[in-house]
Write a protein that binds this ligand. Structure first.
Ligand SMILES: [Zn+2]
Length: 327
């Protein structure tokens, strides 16, 4: 017996640099949306207090009272435990070690809270309300400061044994490759995250010919993934090589994921997808070429649709899914 809740719910998004909150109706409409900077260095208590204020503000701006909210969904970087709602050790939020996020939010807001890994929440959001509507098997990948992923298999979010499945950024596609901050080696993220695209460009400039990259960025420490994409588009040889390698690593990760899970859709979001066709066109071609033919034949690689509201809509999808789950 499921206790269906019609909504609305409150979605909260804890990013490395910003916080967002919004009231979302059961059909995925964003009723209110607020955003504020987050300073990870302030530590979890201060960040959570700010998030609570932002949540209260969104409920007020939606013309509602907190009692009208069916539940609170929270998207946060992992590793975390979605059952207990404890953040175990957030890779991108230093100092977040064993933070009881669920109980802190429930105490502050007086509503049931549901915590999910941010990429898993985004996968759920794209599945219910974005590029993946109507698809049963979907892989979501976000290529941003880091690389996250989430899996929808047979219509449901696949969490794994302790809630951290789908870490596609940490597929080790180069077994003797670059060290990754996760402790692994040759991870997709160690090459193709925004941070590492810029880092690889800096390393290339030390030993290679002059590049327009330095003119674009000014100094090596100001090189960004976006600057690498711009320079590659202009035909700069150093940037083009870095970009091609990025595509090949992402294609290896996507093809491995396709071979493992046989999805209908691979939905790719995150800041680096701002490069548009410079990313998607060669990535589709190389990923399809690398995947096994019967699996490649049924998969499509598409951009995510929810944009900057992904975190809030994904968090809301978590609340709507878990509030209405059978007891
Ligand atoms: Zn890794």
């Amino acid at each position: 017996v499921s206790a269906r809740v019609a909504g609305p719910v409150l979605g909260l998004d804890i990013g490395g640099t910003k916080l967002a909150a919004g009231v979302v109706s059961a059909d995925g409409k964003v009723v209110s949306w607020e955003r504020a900077p987050s300073v990870a260095a302030e530590g979890p208590e201060r960040v959570i207090a700010r998030l609570v204020d932002l949540g209260r503000l969104s409920v007020r701006r939606a013309g509602l009272r907190m009692e009208d909210i069916g539940g609170v969904g929270v998207a946060c970087g992992g590793p975390l435990d979605p059952e207990t709602g404890v953040i175990i050790n957030a890779l991108n939020n230093p100092g977040w070690v064993n933070v009881p996020l669920k109980s802190m939010l429930e105490a502050a807001l007086g509503r049931p809270a549901y915590v999910e890994n941010d990429a898993n929440a985004a996968a759920l959001g794209e599945h219910r309300y974005g590029a993946g509507r109507g698809t049963d098997n979907l892989v979501y990948i976000t290529v941003s400061t880091g690389i996250g992923g989430g899996l929808i298999l047979d219509g449901e979010l696949f969490r794994g044994e302790n809630g951290n499945a789908g870490e596609i950024g940490h597929l080790q596609v180069a077994y003797q490759g670059r060290a990754c901050h996760c402790g692994g080696q040759g991870c997709v993220e160690a090459y193709a995250s925004g941070t590492n695209i810029a880092q690889r460009a800096r390393e290339a400039l030390v030993s290679e010919e002059p590049s327009v990259l330095l003119e674009l960025a000014g100094t090596p420490d100001r090189i960004t993934a976006e600057a690498v994409a711009d320079a590659a588009r202009r035909g700069d040889p150093v940037a083009a090589r870095i970009w091609d390698e990025t595509i090949e690593v992402l294609a290896a990760g996507v093809a491995s994921t396709v071979n493992a899970f046989n999805p209908r859709l691979v939905v790719i979001g995150g800041g680096v997808t701002g490069a548009g066709d410079l990313l998607f066109e060669p990535l589709r071609r190389r990923a399809i070429a690398r995947a096994m033919p019967p699996l490649a034949a049924v998969v499509r690689i598409v951009p995510a649709e929810l944009g900057e509201r992904t975190g809030v809509i994904g968090a809301a999808a978590v609340a709507l899914t878990r509030v209405s789950a059978p007891a």
